[in-house]
Design a protein around this ligand. Structure first.
Ligand SMILES: Cc1cc2nc3c(=O)[nH]c(=O)nc-3n(C[C@H](O)[C@H](O)[C@H](O)COP(=O)(O)OP(=O)(O)OC[C@H]3O[C@@H](n4cnc5c(N)ncnc54)[C@H](O)[C@@H]3O)c2cc1C
Length: 477
């Protein structure tokens, strides 16, 4: 059969779309095949609860999107992306009715940390000053295939980042507020906070919180995915939705096929074309914990007890560092904490298009073991009530999604893992397998471009961009 397209991308998540854009920018004809009826993968939005309420079905806080060296080069704003910046990126309330805030300014944040003000400034200020260069290093593959551009900066980051989050927080901070604030950010790693390199996630998210903010996208994350698709089309590419690829036979011929899927899915689709050794390695790649997600339509804003939470986009619930660390360790050991660490985001406070006037949306999840079937609704709502008494009285409607439901909505969320694989020290930079070029399979013309490759999870498109560059080097020399 004649090749109608130079390249086919399977999956229209942020990485699939960025892979396609990179190929189209090089003058190639590209088609993206998406299984679901709407494009965007983890950047989709829609009606979930009640008429007039718009919810992010996957990602909602787009700090990595704004920091992404590749997305920065695209005309996203011209294509309709409006970044809605909360007053403060993050609040972390405690039982005594106080809250610690991550403000846009390092100094303003430090002022709220009492005796840890100086330590916070010393830790974060140099990273924030170098945020652009750090993004280039950390949002890309590392290793021999791409030697560091800023080795000294990376080494300085590594001194703190390779530590455990609890180790770094105890060494740097004396007070419980700074420790809890840092632990909440580091918990985005999905790792027990005693694990090596869990500190890196706290440092990266804190740095981007100061440098670019933690915005939501006006009208939902879908707008970001739609903008990527419109840009792709303007470059001559296209996206076909409702086309699930089950095997190679479902694919039009092309010189390169790029897969925005996770290792297990790639084996299911292309296994008979892959050398057995590579196939086995892909199957050994480990998935991380899953999430249990809740979305609410609310009669009013969340009635936070602590002043300051109403100024934040994201509110981390879990109390002290020790309590959060215990909760994350329990998940890592296969358990379901009674009092889980809960990430909540209140998009409608910053984007009024999300709910009818006076009403609000709330988005939240907690971590659960991969494939968990436990309903965490009560425990998550108990945690919110703990810091916002009267919350339940404001609920107009709720929709819960555990790992199985999430995977039904997006096949990449294997067992509820939203990062395409565990992001521990062993797998962070060597995903999906240890390989000089992690994006290319040993079979000519097959590439993996999802968050299962470096630099991993998040809506930044960098995995797709680097996978496409690999394809350009190898299949289109
Ligand atoms: C609930 C949730 C909350 C999150 N919160 C955040 C956040 O706030 N900020 C952030 O930066 N990141 C967040 N993330 C993570 C982020 O969404 C992902 O890391 C990102 O979307 C990964 O992009 P991707 O393109 O690799 O994969 P995905 O976005 O998962 O896209 C993969 C696409 O491939 C399609 N596909 C799969 N199999 C096939 C097949 N066989 N045939 C055709 N198509 C197929 C899927 O339908 C999907 O559209 C969140 C994710 C989830 C699910």
């Amino acid at each position: 059969m004649a090749e109608e397209h130079d390249a086919i991308v399977v999956g229209a998540g942020p990485n699939g779309l960025c892979a396609a854009i990179t190929l189209a920018q090089a003058g190639l004809s590209v088609r993206v095949l998406e299984a679901e009826s709407t494009l965007g993968g983890g950047a989709r939005s829609g009606a979930l609860t009640l008429p007039g309420f718009n919810h992010d079905l996957g990602s909602t806080v787009q700090a990595l999107g704004l920091a992404s060296p590749f997305l920065k080069t695209l005309p996203l704003e011209r294509l309709g992306v409006v970044w809605c910046q909360p007053d403060a990126p993050l609040a972390h309330p405690q039982d005594d009715g106080s809250a610690t805030l991550l403000e846009r300014s390092v100094d303003a944040t430090a002022e709220g940390l009492g005796r840890d003000a100086g330590a916070y400034r010393r830790l974060m200020a140099p990273l924030v000053q170098s945020a652009d260069r750090l993004a280039v290093e950390l949002l890309g593959p590392m290793g021999p295939a791409r030697p560091p551009r800023h080795p000294l900066l990376l080494a300085r980051f590594g001194l703190s980042g390779f530590r455990s989050a609890t180790g770094l927080a105890r060494a740097r901070f004396k007070g419980s507020d700074a420790r809890a604030l840092f632990a909440g950010m580091a918990s985005h790693s999905f790792l027990p906070l005693e694990n090596l390199a869990s500190a890196a996630f706290g440092l990266v998210l804190g740095t981007f919180g100061h440098a670019v903010g933690w915005p939501v996208v006006k009208q939902g994350s879908q707008k970001l995915a739609d903008a990527l698709a419109v840009h792709l089309c303007s470059l001559g590419g296209d996206v076909v939705t409702g086309h699930r690829v089950a095997g190679f036979g479902d694919l039009p011929p092309a010189r390169a096929h790029l897969f925005d899927v996770t290792p297990r899915q790639l084996v299911a689709i292309a296994g008979d074309r892959l050398p057995p050794r590579y196939r086995r390695k892909l199957m050994r790649s480990r998935y991380g914990p899953g999430i249990f997600k809740l979305d609410w339509a609310l009669d009013g804003p969340v009635p936070w007890k602590a002043q300051g939470c109403e100024r934040a986009g994201t509110v981390h619930l879990g109390g002290t560092m020790d309590e959060i660390a215990a909760s994350e360790s329990e998940v890592g050991a296969g358990g379901h904490p009674e009092r889980p660490y809960v990430l909540t985001v209140q998009p409608s406070l910053w984007d009024p298009t999300r709910a009818p006037a006076g009403k609000h949306t709330l988005w939240a999840y907690c971590h659960v073991p991969n494939g968990s079937t436990v309903d965490m609704t009560e425990r998550i709502e108990d945690q919110i009530e703990r810091f916002a008494p009267g919350f339940r009285d404001r609920i107009l409607a709720r929709v819960a999604a555990g790992p199985a439901e999430l995977e039904r909505q997006n096949a990449n969320l294997v067992g509820g893992d939203i990062n395409g694989g565990l992001q521990d020290l062993r797998q962070l930079f060597t995903r999906p397998v240890i390989k000089f070029d992690p994006y290319s399979a040993p079979t000519e013309g097959i590439y993996i471009c999802s968050s299962s490759t470096p630099p991993g999870g998040g809506v930044h498109g960098m995995c797709g961009h680097f996978a496409a560059k690999s394809a350009l080097r190898r299949s289109f020399k």
